[in-house]
Write a new protein. Structure first.
Length: 317
C-alpha cells in the first residue's frame, strides 16, 4: 500500500470535559448505529475506524470525531493491534448483521457524512449559516407582511357586512399567523444554533429579559463550525439569491433606524412648535387680562360718583 494513505485510529480516549455517555451518543449518531455496538470501541485497545484514506479525507473524518468529543488520531497505513474487523467472526466488512451482539457499528464514521447537508426549512434538524439565516428571516418577514395585508383586507371586506364576524375571523386568522411565525422562527433559529455547535434548547434564551436583546445578535455574528459537527455536515455554500437577500436585509436594518430617528425628530419638532404657539397665546391672554383692571377701576369710580351725588328735589317738593 502506498505511503500516502492514512487511517483513523481510536483507543477510547475522550477530549477533556467530554462525558463518556455524551461521546457514545455522538458516535452512535455518526455511525448510524446503537450505543451497545459503540461500547465495543471503548476497550482501551487501538481501533481502526477508517482505512485507506487520503490526507484531506482523513482530516474530514477526524474533525467529525473531534466534534463528537472523541480524541482520535491520524496514522499512516500500517498493521494495528486491533481493528473493528476482529470483533466478529464473519469477516472484515463493517456491514455485519446487526443481530449479532458482537457486531461493530453498521457503517464507518464517514460513510453517511456527506460534504454538505441537505437544506430543509421546516425542521429543527440540520444547519444553516449566518447569511442564509438572514435571507430566510427576510423571506419570513415578507411572507408575514403579505399574509397580514391579506388578513386586513379580508377583515375590512367582511366588516361591511358584519362587524362581529369580522372581529372573530380577524382574531382567528391573526392567531394562526402568529403561531406559524413563531414555529418557523424557532426552526430557523435552532438550525442556526446547530451550525455554531450549540444545542437548539438555547433558543429559549429569547424568553429571558435583557438576554433576549443580545442573543439574536449572537446568532447573526457568531461564525459556524467550518467542518462537520454533532449536528451533521456543514450547510451548502451560499447561493447568489442568498447573498442578495442577506444584503437587502442588512440594508433594511439601517433604513429602519433612519426612519425611526426621522419620525422621532419630526415628533419632537412638532411638539416644540406646539409649545411655542401655546406660549404666544398665553402672552396674548395675559395682556388682555392686564388691561381689564383699568376698565374695572373706571367703572368703580363712576359708580362711586353716582352714589355720593346729592339728590335733586323735585318741583313737587
Amino acid at each position: 500500500m502506498s505511503d500516502n494513505r492514512f487511517k483513523i485510529v481510536f483507543d477510547g480516549t475522550l477530549l477533556p470535559g467530554v462525558e463518556s455517555t455524551t461521546a457514545k451518543l455522538n458516535l452512535a449518531e455518526l455511525f448510524k448505529s446503537d450505543v451497545e455496538a459503540i461500547e465495543k470501541l471503548f476497550t482501551g485497545r487501538p481501533v481502526a475506524l477508517k482505512r485507506d484514506l487520503s490526507r484531506p479525507d482523513a482530516e474530514t473524518y477526524l474533525t467529525a470525531l473531534k466534534n463528537a468529543g472523541v480524541d482520535a488520531r491520524i496514522e499512516a497505513e500500517q498493521p494495528v493491534a486491533f481493528s473493528l474487523a476482529e470483533t466478529h467472526e464473519t469477516g472484515s466488512d463493517f456491514s455485519t448483521s446487526a443481530a449479532s451482539p458482537y457486531a461493530p457499528p453498521r457503517a464507518a464514521v464517514g460513510d453517511n457524512l456527506p460534504e454538505y447537508s441537505t437544506l430543509k426549512v421546516f425542521t429543527i434538524h440540520g444547519r444553516i449559516g449566518r447569511l442564509r439565516y438572514l435571507a430566510w428571516t427576510l423571506a419570513l418577514t415578507v411572507a408575514m407582511l403579505v399574509a397580514g395585508g391579506i388578513i386586513s383586507t379580508v377583515g375590512f371586506a367582511v366588516a361591511t357586512a358584519s362587524p362581529t364576524i369580522a372581529i372573530i375571523l380577524g382574531s382567528l386568522l391573526g392567531l394562526a399567523l402568529f403561531v406559524g411565525l413563531v414555529v418557523v422562527s424557532v426552526q430557523i433559529g435552532v438550525q442556526r444554533l446547530h451550525d455554531i455547535g450549540w444545542s437548539g434548547w438555547l433558543y429559549l434564551l429569547n424568553l429571558v429579559p435583557v438576554v433576549n436583546s443580545i442573543f439574536p445578535l449572537l446568532l447573526l455574528v457568531w461564525p459556524g463550525n467550518t467542518g462537520a459537527n454533532q449536528y451533521g455536515a456543514p450547510p451548502p455554500r451560499n447561493s447568489t439569491a442568498v447573498k442578495i437577500l442577506a444584503s437587502l436585509w442588512l440594508a433594511f436594518i439601517p433604513l429602519m433606524l433612519i426612519v425611526v430617528v426621522t419620525l422621532g425628530m419630526n415628533g419632537y419638532l412638532d411638539q416644540l412648535e406646539a409649545n411655542m404657539g401655546g406660549g404666544y397665546e398665553s402672552s396674548s391672554i395675559t395682556a388682555d387680562d392686564a388691561a381689564a383692571p383699568d376698565v374695572m377701576v373706571e367703572d368703580e369710580a363712576a359708580q362711586s360718583a353716582d352714589d355720593t351725588a346729592e339728590p335733586v328735589d323735585s318741583p313737587e317738593q
